[in-house]
Write a protein of this length. Structure first.
Length: 284
């Protein structure tokens, strides 16, 4: 069982990370860029001669690893799932250089015994040489096995409302059967996405796609539909994970234009299940 006071003061390690062009190309490919080899608009995200980093790559920069798996956190890590993710991009990401990621737990909401707890955390990613802030990341982690821990009882932040009308844009993007195996090379080694036995213990029929890989695929849809692949137009993206994705499924993102950006939602075509809800996108 987790101790909220302990987690709020938990010393998550600061991470210094060297970025190479190969890391950028790997990330971009791991979220599906290049699936259509004849789509010239995607080539800058894969061609080292004029490489561009996808904004969502910020989620793997300065990443402290699956630290909730450490015994001294008290978290029942097998039952942990990613709840929400936000990304605010302050400037386009570099394709070479060094960054520093600083993470901290900001809040813990106790939903009650048998109902789990929600752990909120934040990470700032800075350029190591200049100290300039590149991105601010926020996430919530649903610790399904840690309800009744005595944490804050809420209320939780309200999600962005979804429009009650037909979407303005619908864009389908495929995932690949082996996509989780590729995405984990970015540094997220949670065995839930690799090992069928671990997946079964967590209640899944097979390994699921990383939530942040789903986030990346959806960000690709938004970059394509709203930004014309211009990373300078990307400002902020917030999303709530509603259901897991299995590698190989097709993600259909619905987009509604709003002042300053858009609302969005994503479902799996094959199962007609909403997997990302209450999404909000803001232009830079």
């Amino acid at each position: 069982m987790i101790d909220p006071a302990h987690l709020l003061a938990y010393p998550i390690p600061e991470i210094r990370q060297r970025i190479r062009w190969q890391d950028v190309a790997l990330y971009n490919a791991s979220i599906g860029l290049g699936a259509d080899p004849m789509d010239r608009a995607q080539l800058p995200f894969l061609d080292e001669r004029a490489l561009v980093a996808m904004p969502s790559m910020a989620v793997v920069l300065g990443y402290p690893g699956f630290w909730l798996q450490r015994p001294d956190t008290g978290v029942d890590w097998v039952k942990v799932v990613h709840g929400e993710q936000s990304l605010q991009l302050h400037r386009p990401l570099p394709v070479e250089g060094e960054v520093v990621g600083t993470s901290r737990v900001t809040r813990i909401i106790d939903r009650g015994a048998g109902k789990g707890a929600v752990i909120y955390s934040e990470r700032q990613v800075r350029d190591a040489a200049s100290g300039e802030l590149l991105a601010t990341l926020g996430m919530s982690t649903f610790a399904r096995g840690d309800g009744g821990c005595g944490g804050d009882t809420g209320p939780a932040p309200k999600p962005h409302p979804e429009p009650d009308r037909a979407p303005d844009i619908v864009l389908d993007l495929p995932t690949r059967p082996e996509q989780a195996l590729i995405y984990r090379l970015n540094g997220d080694h949670n065995p839930l996405h690799l090992d069928p036995d671990i997946a079964a213990k967590a209640g899944f029929a097979r390994p699921i796609l990383h939530g942040l890989c789903t986030f990346g695929v959806v960000s690709h849809a938004l970059m394509r539909a709203l930004c014309g692949y211009d990373v300078r137009r990307f400002g902020r993206m917030d999303a709530r994970f509603s259901s897991p994705v299995f590698p190989g499924e097709t993600l259909s993102t619905q987009v509604w234009h709003e002042a300053g950006g858009a609302a969005f939602r994503t479902r799996v075509v094959e199962r007609d299940v909403v997997v990302v809800s209450n999404g909000r996108f803001l232009f830079a």
